[in-house]
Design a protein around this ligand. Structure first.
Ligand code: FMN
Length: 215
């Protein structure tokens, strides 16, 4: 079974995330490929990002500015795959979600792992711009963002009384995305097990240092 972390990107009281998340969890559990942990940012009182070399200590086992940041990095490092449920705030992701992703600092906890996105909003935009931003963030986190996503417009009326999406396409999109996530999750787990390249930033620095040393 692949270890899947489902990350909820909204924390405010009355959040619409509570309409979306139970369905996401039910569908991901029913898929059969995943051993799931839900990471609700309400349960993670991460400080506003404040890491620097002095808070890291040992790069192989960073301490960070606060034990919760260390635990956050360790928890994400366990994952084989990540699924983020995000609303759209100001054409992007909520700050609390960006802060949580910034807080994955120098641990490379998300590297070479697939990311699936569920976006939603109260209007017609359906969280599309948040999802697009998240893909950019994922690339810099060295994740593999999936092409197939789930987007939910008019979230307040998107689910019936049983929590089932009223638009059948929403359910179909979830099936496609979960199948992709399982495929990429297995493939990348195998790749990581076979051995990963040293992060590109470190290789660049080493190559530059070699040039400087030689001159
Ligand atoms: C700060 C803020 C900014 C928002 N910006 C957008 C936006 O850019 N585009 C959009 O479609 N909806 C926007 N919305 C509407 C949200 O998508 C909608 O309120 C959604 O339910 C928020 O999810 P949540 O209740 O789980 O936090 C915004 C809402 C808030 C609170």
């Amino acid at each position: 079974m692949l270890k899947l972390k489902i990350l909820l990107g909204s924390t405010r009281p009355t959040r619409s995330a509570d309409l979306v998340a139970p369905w996401v969890l039910e569908r991901a559990s029913a898929h059969g490929a995943f051993d799931i942990e839900v990471l609700d940012l309400r349960d993670w009182s991460l400080p506003m990002f404040q890491e620097h070399l002095g808070t890291i200590g040992d790069f192989n086992d960073p301490t960070y500015s606060d034990p919760v940041v260390r635990q956050w990095n360790r928890t994400l490092k366990e994952a084989d795959a990540l699924l983020i449920v995000t609303p759209e705030y100001l054409h992007s992701v909520p700050g609390v979600l960006k802060n949580a992703l910034d807080s994955v600092f120098v641990s490379f906890a998300l590297r070479n792992k697939p990311l699936a996105d569920v976006g939603y909003s109260s209007g017609i935009a359906a969280g599309v711009r948040a999802v697009e931003h998240l893909m950019h963030i994922a690339i810099e986190s060295e994740m593999v963002p999936l092409r197939d996503t789930v987007i939910i417009p008019h979230v307040a009326t998107a689910f019936d009384a049983h929590g089932v999406p009223v638009d059948p396409m929403t359910d179909i999109a979830m099936t496609v995305m979960l199948d992709d996530l399982a495929w990429w999750g297995a493939l990348l787990a195998q790749g990581r097990a076979q051995g990963e390249l040293v992060p590109g930033a470190f290789r660049m620095r080493a190559a530059m240092a070699a040039i400087q040393e030689a001159s």
